[in-house]
Design a protein around this ligand. Structure first.
Ligand code: NDP
Length: 256
């Protein structure tokens, strides 16, 4: 892609795999400097190496090893990274998420906690850790983007997915309402709702029936590569200042 994001400074949560990894790479390819957030350092190192290999001219990616569910830790780690980089963030992708489908009467309730603390509180923590940077860029008339990854699941009724889809409905609603708060201050808040996408998202589910259901769903609705979402994020962030594609439902063509 052309260097449409030259000079931009991005932070991507959940950057060690799937959509986050593809997004970090796409943003770097378009000229942005990137910081990668996730809990597994080795995965962030892999992505940083892939960026260095694909975009040799790019400044090294900054690694922020941390848990988005830990708001104090995240704020501190982001502050540290910003100091190290010497530039504020102006393109923030709150993308980290967890999907642990299981029946409501037998689910391990710790899995509900994980989904709520990652998908909802984690997005809030990411916003709080970066909002001053974003509003500063917005006030200066520069491009500023806050992209939250929700899901088409926010609008669906899926057996076993009550908690996950509820967290994603919350993310969509959060993004929409943050637009009212931050849009007038120059921050383009954008909600991305992907459909079936190749990633590790389903790999952590412990319930065998839920795993089987997802495997069948993936056969009926073949997933798109994570680069499809990354490209949508890259494209929308490169639009002229003053234009916000506020909502993007990005589906594999076959997913009805
Ligand atoms: P992945 O599981 O591949 O990526 C999720 C990433 O988030 C992982 O790299 C994981 O790394 C990181 N992560 C998870 N929990 C935390 C945490 N507490 N703190 C920091 N990082 C965390 O799946 P996807 O790429 O698919 O998921 C990205 C987003 O896309 C999610 O919000 C998901 O809900 C959404 N989505 C995905 C769809 C799909 O079909 N794949 C469809 C619709 C939406 P680590 O464990 O190292 O922290």
């Amino acid at each position: 892609p052309p260097q449409t994001l030259t000079g931009r400074v991005a932070l991507v949560t959940g950057a060690g795999s799937g959509i986050g990894a593809a997004t970090a790479l796409a943003l770097a390819e378009a000229g942005a400097r990137v910081a990668l957030v996730g809990r597994r350092r080795d995965r962030l190192v892999d992505v940083a190496e892939q960026i260095a290999h694909t975009v040799p001219a790019a400044p090294p990616a900054t690694l922020i090893v941390g848990d988005v569910a830990d708001i104090r830790g995240l704020i501190e780690a982001v502050r540290h990274a910003r100091t190290e980089m010497g530039v504020p963030f102006d393109l923030v992708c709150a993308n980290a998420g967890s999907m642990l489908a299981a029946p409501i009467d037998s689910a391990d309730t710790a899995e509900w906690d994980t989904m709520i603390s990652t998908n909802v509180a984690g997005v809030l923590a990411t916003v709080r850790a970066t909002v001053d940077d974003l509003t500063e860029a917005g006030a200066a008339g520069r491009a500023a983007d806050l992209v939250v990854t929700s899901s088409i699941g926010a609008h669906l009724v899926l057996r076993g997915y009550a908690v996950y889809t509820a967290t994603k409905a919350a993310v969509t609603h959060l993004g929409t309402n943050l637009r009212a708060e931050l849009g007038p201050r120059g921050v383009r808040v954008r909600v991305v709702e992907p459909g079936m996408t190749e990633s590790e998202l389903g790999d952590h589910m412990s319930d065998p029936d839920a795993r089987e259901w997802l495997a069948r769903f993936a056969i009926e609705n073949p997933p798109m590569p994570a680069s499809a979402i990354a490209e949508s994020i890259r494209w929308s962030a490169a639009l002229p200042v003053g234009v916000n594609v506020a909502s993007m439902v990005v589906l594999p063509t076959g997913q009805g």
